[in-house]
Write a protein that binds this ligand. Structure first.
Ligand SMILES: Cc1cc2nc3c(=O)[nH]c(=O)nc-3n(C[C@H](O)[C@H](O)[C@H](O)COP(=O)(O)O)c2cc1C
Length: 326
């Protein structure tokens, strides 16, 4: 059997970049850019989009890029191509996060096709959830998705654990709302109603008032943006993604795990809300690690549940993130 021509390879990799654009990213910053040259896709961190107040180390930027890399892998697997991925391939070019080439052609497996099928359907939710329960066995399936890439997903079932995480989230949110650098940064990425830029958090994407005990980011900044909150919503199942170590490659793995979890959840009609404020404050993140997470490093805090359908979040166009000469 003949292998794909150069043109076919380029078309397949370009399609995979199209899937990457749908990944979640902190404040919808989409902190990535892609290169396509010589049959190789490269994924770079776009450091102009780094959150300099909230994400000093670049951890959330790399988690976001890891999620984008996962979408590339799922697109290729679902299309019957084995992705040959090198993560952080060049120590002298730290913003080059991964390169991907087409490996052997394979029969696309059902599981990859299922995950890929959710890439454009998955949405971040920000309010409370309906009282429809998370399907039996789904949380175990999500734990397996994260474990497949060496990351742990821990459901927090004890009410006391949930209260501690909600309290830390509230504390971090309170501090950030009164910090000028954090506030200006959030303002930069929060979008007013009717704004049509392909990035940032749209005004229709969150309730005007928090619907659960978990503090919500102050995207509206007192301007009354957001949809009308509904009474009776539930917080859902709280879960934390953790890694044993806390290096840049662990952050990328956490992003890949996050996206696998979200796609698998979406396939069962379940969505996630995120509350990462406490992870942006060093001492609160350390407190969580030591007191609640057996010394593993928290990478993502989420609530999982069944939500009503939300608006399609904005994205930049493929040509805005793709450089074909690199
Ligand atoms: C690392 C990371 C941190 C995030 N933190 C929060 C958060 O604290 N609060 C929130 O509402 N959404 C959070 N999000 C979700 C993003 O706002 C969301 O992915 C983005 O707006 C794009 O929307 P979408 O996920 O519906 O495509 C986070 C996403 C990532 C990847």
């Amino acid at each position: 059997m003949r292998g794909p021509t150069g043109e076919e390879t380029t078309a397949v990799l370009r399609g995979a970049i199209g899937a990457a654009l749908w990944a979640p990213s902190v404040h919808n910053t989409q902190p990535w850019s892609f290169g396509l040259s010589g049959g190789e896709l490269s994924l770079r961190a776009d450091v102009d989009r780094l959150l300099r107040a909230g994400d000093v180390s670049g951890r959330e930027m790399l988690v976001s890029c890891g999620a984008a890399l996962c979408n590339v892998q799922m697109a290729l697997l679902a299309g019957g191509h084995t992705p040959e991925v090198r993560v952080l391939p060049d120590p002298d070019r730290p913003n080059l996060l991964a390169t991907v080439r087409l490996g052997e052609d394979v029969e696309a497996d059902e599981h990859s096709r299922m995950l890929f099928g959710e890439v454009e359907r998955r949405r971040t939710h920000r309010g409370g959830f309906t009282d429809v329960p998370v399907p039996d066995g789904l949380i175990d399936a999500l734990v397996r998705e994260a474990a497949a890439v060496g990351v742990r997903l821990t459901p927090v079932l004890a009410p006391s654990g949930v209260r501690v995480i909600a309290a830390l989230t509230a504390a971090a949110e309170e501090i950030q709302e009164h910090d000028l650098d954090f506030s200006l940064e959030l303002l930069r990425w929060a979008r007013p109603p009717g704004d049509e830029r392909g990035e940032g958090v749209p005004a229709g994407g969150y309730p005007a008032e928090p619907e659960t005990a978990f503090a919500q980011r102050d995207y509206a900044h007192g301007k009354g943006w957001g949809y009308e909150a509904e009474p009776g919503a539930t917080a859902g199942t709280v879960a934390v993604l953790t890694t044993v170590e806390d290096r840049r490659k662990d952050w990328l793995a956490a992003g890949q795990a996050l996206q696998r979890v979200l796609l698998r959840a979406s396939a069962s009609g379940v969505s996630a809300a995120f509350h990462t404020q406490a992870l942006e404050m060093h001492h609160l993140r350390e407190f969580l690690r030591e007191e609640l997470l057996s010394n593993e490093h928290p990478q993502m805090i989420m609530r999982l549940g069944v939500a009503k359908e939300g608006p399609v979040p904005p994205r930049r166009a493929l040509d805005d993130v793709l450089d074909t000469d690199r």
